[in-house]
Ligand binder design. Structure first.
Ligand code: AP5
Ligand code: MG
Length: 189
């Protein structure tokens, strides 16, 4: 059973590559970013709580995200394996995920970390911002997303490096080239 985390800074290609990974390896996909955007669009209690912070490029609270993740894992007990996109994003979230893995008898196969230089990330997100309707695809929010990433999310890399679970992936090139890099790593897991 494969349980994979796809990791990387904003705009790294996590969502894009996930589409191919989940198909090829028959994984149950969860993107906390997408779930939070759905909650915002539906104006649920969670959605209203996180709307402002996400639009500005900040992170939602670990408590809200933990609730979303546990609900999802618990309701997909029949999954063949999970693919986590955009989660965990803080060391606290990584610790919570460890506990959830123990509780639900799952084990982590690896963390695929997409590496892309910042100028390319900005370019990708500004381009997408022209049509995405995402409130955080503007230059001010993008800048803030990078600050959050550097301060709160990057330490997660050390957390998994210490567990020998980290697999860096060269994230520049065509979508297909990058997917091939990813498959090479997954085949070794
Ligand atoms: P989230 O939705 O996870 O967004 P993100 O991490 O900022 O990343 P993106 O979705 O923008 O990029 P991506 O890496 O998926 O790349 P994509 O494939 O889209 O989170 C959004 C917000 O929700 C967070 O800021 C936070 O507020 C909140 N949140 C989410 N999870 C949370 C958590 N766990 N805890 C707390 N808060 C949380 O690609 C980007 C663009 O590039 C696309 O247009 C794509 O078409 C293009 N592209 C992709 N690959 C290539 C390529 N090879 N060449 C050229 N273009 C490419
Ligand atoms: Mg995404």
């Amino acid at each position: 059973m494969l349980n994979i985390i796809i990791f990387g800074p904003p705009g790294a290609g996590k969502g894009t590559q996930s589409e191919f990974i989940k198909e090829k390896y028959n994984l149950t996909y969860i993107s906390t970013g997408q779930i939070l955007r759905n909650e915002m669009a539906a104006e649920t209690e969670i959605g209203l709580k996180v709307k402002e912070i996400i639009s500005q490029g900040g992170l939602a609270s670990d408590e809200i995200v933990a609730e979303i993740i546990e609900k999802f894992i618990a309701s997909h007990a029949d999954a063949n394996g999970f693919l986590f996109d955009g989660y965990p994003r803080t060391v606290k979230q990584a610790e919570i995920l460890d506990e959830l893995f123990r509780k639900y008898n799952l084990s982590l196969s690896g963390v695929l970390s997409l590496e892309v230089p910042e100028d390319i990330l900005v370019e990708r997100m500004l381009e997408r911002g022209k049509t995405s309707g995402r409130a955080d695809d503007n230059i001010d929010s993008i800048r803030h997303r990078f600050v959050e990433y550097d301060q709160k999310t990057k330490p997660v890399l050390d957390f998994y490096q210490n567990k020998n679970a980290l697999y860096p992936i060269h994230g520049v090139g065509t979508i297909e080239e990058i997917f091939n890099n990813i498959c090479e790593v997954i085949e070794r897991l």
